[in-house]
Design a protein. Structure first.
Length: 279
């Protein structure tokens, strides 16, 4: 089982370059950057984890810029969006971003995607909350065509474009792994439909540990002739990591505070020691 680390990169946190270098040196598998373009002052949507929305959500850097900075100073660690809000991004431009960072990182990019929860934020991007899942699916389908074809075209209900030419194509073929976020069961179903893996958060208000649903998820995937790896976002201790490993989880991502190195490096050391015992 692999261990990755995630941070909302801000102007008061470690830089992506600093975290990536330190994480790579300690043997972590990946470094992840979440995304929020902005947070409207109106609050129609509740924070999925409960409570007040942390300040770092307002302050997050663009994930593609942050991850490219991380990739530029490292050699082996993978870099991933956790998650890219595809319903708030143009698919043609996003396909180019993904292909570019995958090329420049020598095939180390992991494309974590999600459909979002903040209705107000989506509305500012012209996205209708109620149809966001269909929009996400079509945008991802369209990006797959762009990555695979020399003269791609796509004609859906919400995404539509005639034949075009656009490069670069990703270094990974046919494209970087698409890890679909979202809770059980709906996020799991979307992962089975168009993803290369499922990447849920550990806990949600309606369940304490998503690992409990893995047997059912695998049955759902098998019914569609699919076998998808599972990455779980969030961990607490060694016992939890061991149980994840034994359950066949391929990766666990540890969320770090948006803080400087004096706070983060001891945390990296602690998790690296736990990983040595488990992995």
């Amino acid at each position: 089982m692999k261990i990755g680390v995630a941070m909302f990169f801000t102007d008061y946190s470690m830089t992506p370059q600093e975290l990536a270098v330190e994480a790579e040196a300690r043997g972590f598998d990946s470094v992840w950057s979440p995304e929020h373009s902005h947070i409207p002052l109106s609050r129609e949507s509740a924070f999925p984890s409960g409570g007040d929305l942390p300040k770092k959500y307002y302050d997050a850097m663009d994930p593609f810029v942050a991850l490219m900075a991380a990739a530029a100073v490292t050699k082996t660690i993978q870099v991933g969006t956790g998650v890219c809000l595809v319903v708030q991004r143009d698919p043609i431009q996003t396909a180019k971003l993904v292909a570019s960072i995958d090329q420049l990182s020598n095939g180390r990019f992991l494309f974590g995607v999600g459909n979002g929860w903040n209705k107000d934020e989506m509305r500012n991007h012209g996205t209708v909350f109620e149809t966001r899942h269909k929009l996400a699916r079509e945008r991802i389908e369209a990006m797959k065509v762009i990555w695979a074809k020399s003269k791609p075209e796509y004609h859906g209900e919400m995404v539509n474009f005639d034949p075009m030419m656009t490069w670069p194509k990703p270094a990974q073929k046919p494209h970087p792994p698409i890890l679909v976020g979202g809770a059980f069961p709906y996020g799991a179903r979307r992962a089975i439909r168009y993803g290369d893996g499922w990447m849920p958060h550990r806990a949600r208000p309606h369940y304490p540990n998503v690992r409990d649903f893995l047997p059912e998820f695998r049955k759902m995937a098998a019914a569609e002739n699919r076998d998808l790896p599972v990455t779980i976002w969030g961990a607490k201790d060694e016992d939890m990591l061991k149980q994840d490993r034994d359950a066949g989880v391929v990766r666990v991502i540890v969320s770090l505070d948006s803080a400087k190195s004096d706070v983060i490096l001891p945390e990296l050391d602690r998790w690296a020691k736990l990983a040595e015992k488990v992995v």
